[in-house]
Design a protein around this ligand. Structure first.
Ligand code: PLP
Ligand code: SF4
Length: 354
């Protein structure tokens, strides 16, 4: 695709740039879906699609709305990982004592069709105003157990650079904050926002600043995206990634292998592979945990430990994230499975001493 100048922000915009056929857009279901859940596709993302058909391109499938999103299953939830129950003040989620999420804004560069916060993010959701941000920072200041602050949202790299630098500086001034982690899709979705000035400002603080990139397919790691990542890693910002396991996008071992190799080669350490959350209208993206475990077992034999993320499930209701295998140890049988599927007793049977 050749890139238009502006981000497409509606079904009509997608038709105008040729990403959705006019006849498809005429269906009432697709119109309703694209009004219910925010739409945004940046020129950089559109340019990385080989086809704009969500059925045949792993990037298009992540961003182009489809009528399938109109189907909601009974187990799907508006707040699938239970953020609301752990939000003591607006913009803060405090589920684990030593770390908080700080959601300073609701905007993202793109809107993913499988998003776990799809009913919170979007152009309608406002950023924290000055007073709300002050209250959120006060909360962190008065909770000395908080060692790590995770800026998420929305995407923190969508903040005006001056505002982001102010927030990072305010966090850095809190002595018990040791780590500031930014979760972002910007380096792949809108790489031109990652400027040398911004990176230098993020790097110059006392606390350790980490960036966790959300990336689900090697095709997203374009030359521009890799340059943005290089700017950050060259300046000493450690890079991690999180990937959502998605049917039709990355649900086979070869695709995951290519993604994790490409990330490691871009100096990004794969951190989490998320089992897809029970967000409304996302059933067409979901796999079973058994399928996810089989993929992780296949990866273990194919790529090095550097390329292995932890496969995690965020337990619905706000009960936290847990690794969900694969598990190679069968304790009752005192048996361990190797990467090729062979089984071995552990501890090994004692040998007779002759
Ligand atoms: C995911 C998450 C974190 C971060 O967890 P890590 O396992 O440290 O990456 C923190 N708080 C909440 C509420 C989360 O959902
Ligand atoms: S970038 Fe993250 S928060 Fe934003 S729409 Fe995608 S998954 Fe949701």
């Amino acid at each position: 695709m050749s890139a238009p100048a502006k981000t497409a922000r509606s079904l009509d915009d997608l038709v105008a740039v040729g990403a959705v056929p006019r006849t498809t857009a005429e269906g009432p279901t697709l119109r309703a879906v694209s009004e219910r859940y925010a739409v945004a596709v940046t020129p950089a993302v559109l340019a990385s699609m080989r086809s704009t058909d969500p059925a045949s391109d792993p990037v298009a499938r992540q961003y182009i709305p489809t009528a399938e999103e109109a189907t909601t299953a009974p187990e799907e939830l508006g707040d699938p990982i239970g953020d609301h129950a752990f939000s003591p003040v607006k913009g803060i989620v405090h589920r684990y004592s030593d770390r908080v999420l700080l959601k300073a804004l609701h905007a993202c560069p793109v809107y993913c069709r499988f998003c776990f916060r799809r009913e919170q993010v979007g152009p309608g959701g406002e950023a924290l105003d000055g007073a709300e941000l002050a209250r959120a920072l006060d909360y962190i200041r008065t909770h000395e157990a908080v060692w790590e602050v995770i800026l998420t949202g929305g995407d923190p790299l969508m903040l005006a650079p001056r505002r982001l630098v102010e927030i990072v500086a305010a966090l850095d001034a809190i002595p018990h904050v040791g780590v500031i982690r930014l979760h972002s899709r910007v380096p792949v979705a809108d790489p031109s926002r990652v400027t040398a000035e911004l990176v230098a400002a993020l790097r110059s603080v006392r606390a350790a600043v980490y960036v966790a990139l959300h990336c689900n397919h090697a095709q997203e790691l374009t030359a521009e995206a890799r340059s943005a990542l290089r700017l950050m890693s060259d300046s000493g910002i450690p890079l991690l990634s999180q990937t959502v396991l998605l049917r039709g996008v990355n649900d086979d071992a070869a695709t995951l292998e290519a993604l994790f190799r490409a990330l490691v080669q871009a100096r990004v350490k794969p951190y989490y592979l998320h089992h897809p959350d029970l967000a409304r209208g996302t059933g067409h993206f979901r796999l079973s945990i058994a399928e996810g475990q089989a993929l992780m077992r296949a990866l273990r034999g194919r790529v090095s430990g550097l390329c292995q993320p932890t496969y995690v499930l965020d337990i619905p209701g706000g009960h936290g994230k847990v690794p969900v295998g694969p598990c190679y140890v069968d304790l009752p049988k005192e048996q361990v499975t190797d990467p090729n599927g062979g089984t071995h007793l552990y501890p090994p049977p004692a040998k007779d001493c002759a």
